[in-house]
Design a protein around this ligand. Structure first.
Ligand code: NAI
Ligand code: MG
Length: 366
């Protein structure tokens, strides 16, 4: 059977950037002989407009069946006043929850042509290629008890950091599996010096390593020291695995080592399916960018790189993923830039469709 893909373009610039991904899917069919069974459906505000809910049950069921889901972005000012239960982002949250996507992959990859764009020194970021794996469904954002309580004559705000052994084990496995497809190196970050959950985290990651992944190089680091090392010399890392809270901070930090929001892909992975590959949703880190929607200014690269991640992690087409990434590198090296990648001294930006076409042309030439 052909690999199956559910495309949920969503709102705002979502459909604009997704149109460029579809050109690459077309190229894969025409030039590489790889056909995908593509289904398209609605999520977010556009789904609410049609069905009165941000994700229809049929769409949810389809997402559970396919090899991978590729999502654009959801939301927009039109929907800001909706009731919380039907807000566009609830569609995305439902997908993450019901697919049980506990492992969030955020690459920080520096394309040489954009190394000057970083706020760090060029030699620190040039050639950078790391992935942060963040536990996404547990930890202090979900632990009970939580709430604002009255204690004596003042209020107290409480959240609870809570991790079970199995929650740690499954995200650790996902990081080790990922490392085997990359540089074979994992650094686990926690605060075992001051947190019980950190002690358990360190123990379980080490046990899973020793029993199941002894071939992968494992190190441990306190998360605060990790933040320092990420800005000092990020190239020392390959895969970093960490909890929900530290991962939220460290992945945003790592992302900005390399430049624009318009360049950042992500993947969220769950448990292995019958075919052995994880349930997966791929999406750019950025939102629906209502300020530029409809103007042709959106950078499609974040969405295109998200599709490249799908090729690598859901379809075992690492070679094609590398081709897509090389084509992106090529157009950037040729000096082509969407508006978000322009420095203050400017130049003439190209449009969303021109960027997509240039990447397809670079693929053709590869
Ligand atoms: P945003 O990511 O949509 O935009 C932030 C800024 O970055 C804007 O100035 C935008 O023009 C720019 N930008 C974003 N993506 C770009 C791209 N591909 N090319 C060029 N420039 C780009 O975040 P914002 O403005 O906070 O939220 C806008 C809407 O998106 C809201 O409704 C929000 O709820 C939703 N949102 C959805 C997300 C998702 O679908 N996963 C994630 C974040 C926000
Ligand atoms: Mg964040």
């Amino acid at each position: 059977a052909n690999p199956s893909l559910l495309i949920l373009a969503g709102d705002g610039i979502g459909p604009e950037v997704m149109a460029e991904v579809k050109k690459i899917i077309g190229w894969m069919g025409a030039k590489r002989g790889v056909s995908f069974d593509v289904t398209e459906d609605l999520v977010g505000g556009c789904a609410y407009d049609k069905h009165g809910v941000p994700l229809h049950d049929d769409t949810m069921a389809k997402a559970q069946e396919v090899d991978a889901v590729l999502l654009g972005a959801v939301g927009g000012p039109k929907y800001d006043s909706l009731d919380f239960s039907v807000k566009p982002e609830r569609g995305l949250l439902r997908l993450r929850k019901e697919m049980d996507l506990f492992s969030n992959l955020r690459p920080a990859q520096c394309f040489d042509a954009l190394a000057d764009f970083s706020s760090l020194k060029k030699e620190v970021v040039a050639g950078l290629d790391i992935v942060i794996v963040r536990e996404l469904t547990s930890g202090v954002y979900f632990g009970e008890p939580r709430g604002i309580f009255v204690e004596g004559n003042e209020r107290v705000g409480i959240n609870t950091q809570r991790y079970t052994e199995s929650e740690i084990a499954r995200v650790a496995r996902s990081a080790f599996e990922l490392a085997r497809k990359r540089g074979n190196k994992v650094c686990s970050m926690e605060k075992a010096n001051v947190m019980e959950s950190g002690i358990l985290w360190r123990d379980v990651v080490q046990e899973i390593h020793d029993k199941e992944y002894p071939d992968v190089q494992l190190s441990h680091m306190y998360a605060d020291a990790g933040a320092m090392q990420l800005t000092r010399w990020p190239k020392q890392f390959d895969v970093i695995v960490t909890d929900n809270l530290f991962g939220d901070l460290l992945s945003d930090l790592a992302a900005m080592l390399t430049g624009s929001l318009g360049m950042l892909p992500s993947a969220s992975l769950g448990a292995p399916m019958a075919n052995g590959r994880p349930k997966a949703l791929y999406e750019p880190v950025h939102g629906s960018a209502p300020d530029i929607a409809g103007t042709g200014k959106a950078n499609p690269i974040a969405c295109i790189l998200s599709f490249a991640m799908a090729l690598r992690y859901s379809f075992d087409m690492g070679e094609d993923a590398a081709r897509v990434e090389a084509a992106v590198e090529k157009v950037l090296a040729d000096g082509l830039r969407t508006a978000d990648l322009m420095g203050p001294d400017g130049g003439t930006p190209i449009s969303t469709t021109q960027m997509g076409d240039a990447i397809v042309a670079a693929l053709d030439a590869s």
